[in-house]
Design a protein around this ligand. Structure first.
Ligand SMILES: [Zn+2]
Length: 65
């Protein structure tokens, strides 16, 4: 039932590309609740995703301006 850290890392990276299924999100949340290491990975992925989105948004604005 409990996903391993390896499985959790896979779900985290897939979550950046597609919507996870309910069971996948649930497994992810349960694992993140108990695993500090995977919470750090999750925080890093979220930070990088926001940074990439901010960069591409700036790029779009400079293209249309
Ligand atoms: Zn973990």
């Amino acid at each position: 039932m409990m996903p391993s850290c390896k499985e959790t890392a896979r779900l985290l990276s897939q979550g950046a590309d597609r919507e996870l299924a309910f069971g996948e999100r649930l497994a992810l949340r349960v694992h993140l609740a108990i695993c500090r290491g995977c919470r750090n990975v999750d925080a890093q992925i979220r930070f990088l995703r926001r940074a990439v989105q901010a960069l591409s948004r700036d790029q779009d604005q400079s293209d249309t301006a």
